[in-house]
Design a protein around this ligand. Structure first.
Ligand SMILES: [Zn+2]
Length: 445
């Protein structure tokens, strides 16, 4: 065990599990009176398509039960994506070994909040439309596009058959019936009795424009086309409940089947390579669904941007920043945050300036760590945790996850102390770092 059992000779330990592409963190904070350590757990999931996912998540939860003695003081479920929530439904037996005193979700999941209700409705409708789109693309023989949409839609779990992220989130809500809280950046920082730390909520932002802003703008503040709205307004009405086919299945021959039938093949396709049939244009296929991938991508990014972002300020004022999968708009909003009054006023930039440990946003992707409004404001950064799995990302064609430029910059800034879940420890890792197949853990003095 890396963490010494006597209080006050360390400030925190941070354990990152290595289950694959997904997040699960366990933070240990000593009690000032030497009592039982305070444990914070953030997320518990792994991407769809991970081999033996349920077994891996069970191992993670079993370890957390062992480490905490079965009691987690605070659980955060940052946002509604499978790679952050799957463990709650995949490893139910192991989950039963744990109790949770408090559960924190972002305000965007609060069923009593009007703005959140609208967001959830938009997400639910868009997701249903995308599932119909995917089925329609499949029917039209547009397999590549169908697969692309599928890989993005599956961030919400197997919504069509079986368990979805909605189920996982419902489960999480019930884990601490008396200690469920919806968090927003306007909330005052939280202190827990006997723990020398302050918890600040940085995101998701309340500003609808920033909440929707997932990409850096080029030049003037433009927010780009609202592809999710386009999907809802223009594509969804053309997709009926049967999967978007305007004709009953009784009168339908799937495109892939038609291609093998001489009558259709002669007229609408051509047997000569490179020569299109003169009637090819008559085919009604998936062309009108062009852009579905971009729509699915935007929906995923918007959901990432509802991430609950947490800054833990330790007793020496150094900060551990857990950015979940926050995107550009959330990062920008931190610049204007402030809590308390002078001389005790703390601002978002103050917290960045004192950040010592950074959980890299969205598995190191290009739009989840800002440069000027982010990394360049963290002169004291000592260690970065990057939860990623390059092979899995490549197999999903997310070729820039993690972004090499970002990894290089983090490596330089931390003196080669970027802890990656898919790699062994880097050369610059401190001596108090522990590692095995299940996790990497850093002990912060
Ligand atoms: Zn994620």
């Amino acid at each position: 065990m890396a963490a010494p059992q006597t209080a006050n000779n360390y400030r925190a330990t941070v354990r990152m599990y290595r289950q694959g592409l997904g997040d699960c963190f366990l933070i240990r904070l000593p009690r000032q009176d030497g009592g039982k350590d305070f444990f914070v757990m953030i997320d518990c999931g792994v991407i769809q398509g991970t081999p033996n996912a349920a077994g891996k998540m069970a191992d993670v939860l079993d370890d957390i039960a062992k480490e905490t003695g079965g009691e987690v003081d605070l659980l955060l479920a940052t946002h509604e994506h499978w790679d952050h929530l799957s463990g709650f439904v995949q490893a139910e037996e192991s989950l039963k070994k744990l109790t949770f005193k408090e559960v924190w979700l972002a305000w965007t999941e609060d069923p009593e909040d009007k703005q959140a209700q609208a967001l959830v409705a938009r997400r639910t409708k868009a997701l249903a439309a995308l599932q119909a789109t995917q089925a329609r693309l499949h029917l039209s023989g547009e397999e590549k596009a169908a697969a692309e949409v599928a890989s993005l839609v599956e961030f919400f779990g197997a919504a069509r058959r079986g368990t979805s992220t909605k189920d996982a989130l419902e489960k999480v809500r019930k884990l601490a019936p008396d200690g469920l809280r919806y968090c927003a950046p306007e909330d005052a920082p939280t202190k827990f009795e006997g723990v020398d730390a302050r918890f600040y909520v940085l995101g998701p932002p309340r500003d609808p424009k920033l909440l929707r802003k997932t990409l850096p703008s080029k030049g003037a503040e433009g927010y780009g086309m609202d592809r999710v709205q386009f999907l809802l307004d223009s594509v969804a009405p053309c997709l009926d409940a049967s999967g978007g086919n305007p004709f009953s299945p009784m009168w339908t021959i799937p495109v892939t089947a038609a291609q093998t039938m001489p009558f259709f093949r002669e007229r609408y396709w051509s047997d000569r390579p490179g020569v299109a049939s003169p009637d090819a244009w008559r085919r009604i296929d998936g062309a009108w669904l062009e852009g579905s991938t971009e729509m699915a991508l935007q929906l995923d990014s918007e959901t990432n941007n509802t991430s609950l972002v947490l800054a833990i300020e330790l007793g020496d004022q150094s900060v551990l920043l857990f950015a979940a999968d926050a995107q550009v708009g959330s990062w920008l909003s931190w610049q204007n945050l402030e809590w308390g009054k002078d001389p005790n006023r703390v601002t978002g930039p103050d917290l960045l300036k004192r950040t010592r440990l950074y959980k890299v946003g969205h598995h190191g992707s290009h739009n989840a760590t800002l440069r000027e409004m982010g990394l360049e404001q963290m002169p004291k950064l000592q260690v970065a945790f990057l939860s990623v799995n390059k092979d899995m990302a490549m197999s999903k064609k997310w070729n820039r996850m993690p972004l090499e430029d970002l990894v290089r910059e983090l490596t330089k800034k931390t003196g080669d102390f970027v802890v990656r879940s898919d790699f062994p420890l880097p050369a610059g890792a401190s001596a108090t770092t522990e590692t095995n197949e299940l996790y990497h853990e850093v002990c912060l003095p």
